[in-house]
Design a protein around this ligand. Structure first.
Ligand code: XMP
Length: 480
């Protein structure tokens, strides 16, 4: 498929990529990182939200681990940290070091057992300490500290930080209990990441995946308690009673945004819309690591699937997430023209610095591993002592032995691509170009004006570089 060029009276930079992820969440860039264990944990989710997209935390984790990742994102950058990480005066410096490393912060307020602020301990207090077993009370800066009342304005807080040349401003109530924290880093980050996806409290937004079987409800509750913004009820066969029931329960019992998927037909999308979901995720088998279409013989070409789903979703005002199969930036524009509001990316992000996993060196080249959530490796999940929390995505929750498991995905590696910011820049840049060629200033206009033309194998060959040996790698083209 190719997008047909059309009359355009704009420059690429004038296009707005703002789009709806769900009924209640708008993103400045229409990109979502996949709920896969080689793609999205807290670090990727933070990076995606800073760029203006969002990350969906995978569920091949225990409930506690997944909720901790939500917590890490929610505390990472904020107008105000509502529930700051704290220590007690009796904790040791080693304890504080550990907290700082886990949450990537430079210091913590010190509170007593009643939650009253008694001091603050920061890098500066600890820098010249050699004895890590010393208690915090001996090195912290004790009260009185510069503090502000809860509800202080952003300008007021910034003035206090500036005038007192401090980096952290604890917020306290009338009884001196710690109620929040504002840090200077959050102001500089807001300037550095103007498009970032934030909630009403100025915290980065994050999503997380759950299934429909076993402890799914308990998992959803833990994620909601940790502050998750959107839950994706994520199963390979989303056109199912189990999915509709789970969406219904979540919508009845919480205010969280709920996405259902995956489906690949209009009827499947209609069922999810009718169940009350805030968005529908589309894709059966298009993913780069998927084998569903060959193992089960099931699926629908992704552009057709997106279009069909949009026929059910658009009239209901429910956004569509096109999940899987995107290989180049041009595919984003095509998916949107077909009816998607946002796209979910696996392989395009798995090679980033912020994805889980280490760099692999092969013949001097750098790679990162990438595997399907239905692959044998994800089910074995050696990283977590062999516990698989995601077999039920493929309807095989009860299969206990590896030999009996029917994989629907493969394991491999993708080239290392550097930081998310650079990759997203190219992807969004490509989308701007696509919008320029089609004369679309907004995502809504791309929905309306984007005309897709089927092409033949000869057309595809002509579309890619041909009759040349590539000698220099482009940042947005990695060959076929
Ligand atoms: P891409 O093409 O971006 O696709 O790498 C990512 C999407 O693929 C789906 N997914 C799977 N599908 N078997 C499948 O059939 C699998 O093992 C598997 N793992 C992930 C998922 O929707 C993801 O977002």
């Amino acid at each position: 498929m190719l997008l047909v060029p059309a009359y355009s009276d704009m420059q690429p930079g004038e296009a707005s990529t703002q789009s709806r992820l769900s009924r209640g969440i708008t993103l400045n860039i229409p990109l979502v990182s996949a709920a896969m264990d080689t793609v999205t944990e807290a670090r990727m989710a933070v990076a995606m939200a800073r760029q203006g997209g969002i990350g969906i935390l995978h569920r091949n984790l225990s409930i506690e681990e997944q909720a901790t990742h939500v917590d890490l994102v929610k505390r990472s950058e904020a107008g105000m940290v509502t529930n700051p990480v704290t220590c007690t005066p009796d904790d040791t410096l080693a304890d504080v070091e550990r907290l700082c490393a886990t949450y990537r912060i430079s210091g913590v307020p010190v509170t007593d057992t009643d939650g009253r602020l008694v001091g603050i301990v920061t890098n500066r207090d600890m820098r010249f300490e050699t004895d890590q077993s010393r208690p915090v009370r001996e090195v912290m800066t004790p009260m009185p500290l510069v503090t502000a009342p809860v509800g202080v304005s952003s300008d007021g807080a910034f003035d206090l930080l500036r005038k007192n040349k401090i980096e952290k401003l604890p917020l306290v109530d009338s009884e001196g209990r710690l109620r929040g924290l504002i840090t200077v880093k959050d102001f500089t980050k807001s300037e550095k990441y103007p498009l970032s996806t934030k909630d009403a409290d100025g915290r980065l937004m994050v999503g997380a995946a759950i299934g429909v079987a076993g402890d799914a409800e308990e998992r959803a509750k833990a994620l909601i308690d940790a502050g998750v913004d959107v839950i994706i009820v994520d199963v390979a066969q989303g056109h199912s009673k189990g999915l509709a029931d789970m969406i219904g329960k979540l919508k009845a019992n919480s205010k969280v945004q709920v996405v259902g998927g995956n489906i690949a037909t209009r009827a499947g999308a209609q069922m999810i819309v009718d169940a009350g979901a805030d968005a529908v995720k589309v894709g059966v088998g298009p993913g780069s690591i998927c084998t569903t279409r060959v193992v089960a013989g099931v699926g629908a070409p992704q552009i057709t699937a997106i279009h069909q789903a949009s026929l059910a979703c658009a009239p209901a005002g429910v956004p569509v997430i096109g999940d899987g199969g995107l290989q180049y930036s041009g595919d984003i524009a095509k998916a949107i023209a077909a009816g998607a509001d946002t796209v979910m990316l696996g392989s395009l992000l798995a090679g980033c610095e912020e994805s889980p996993g280490l760099l692999i060196f092969i013949n001097g080249k750098q790679f990162k591993s990438y595997r399907g959530m239905g692959s044998l490796g994800a089910v074995r999940n050696r990283e977590r002592g062999g516990a698989s929390f995601s077999k039920d995505r493929y309807g095989q929750a009860e299969v206990s032995s590896e030999e009996k498991y029917i994989p629907e995905g493969i394991e491999g590696q993708v080239p290392y691509r550097g930081p998310v910011s650079a990759v997203v820049h190219q992807l969004v840049g490509g989308l701007h170009q696509g919008m320029w060629y089609t004369g679309s200033r907004t995502i809504a206009e791309l929905h309306e004006k984007g005309q897709l033309m089927p092409i033949t194998a000869a057309g595809l060959k002509e579309s890619h570089p041909h009759d040349i040996q590539m000698t220099v790698e482009a940042p947005n083209y990695h060959g076929r």
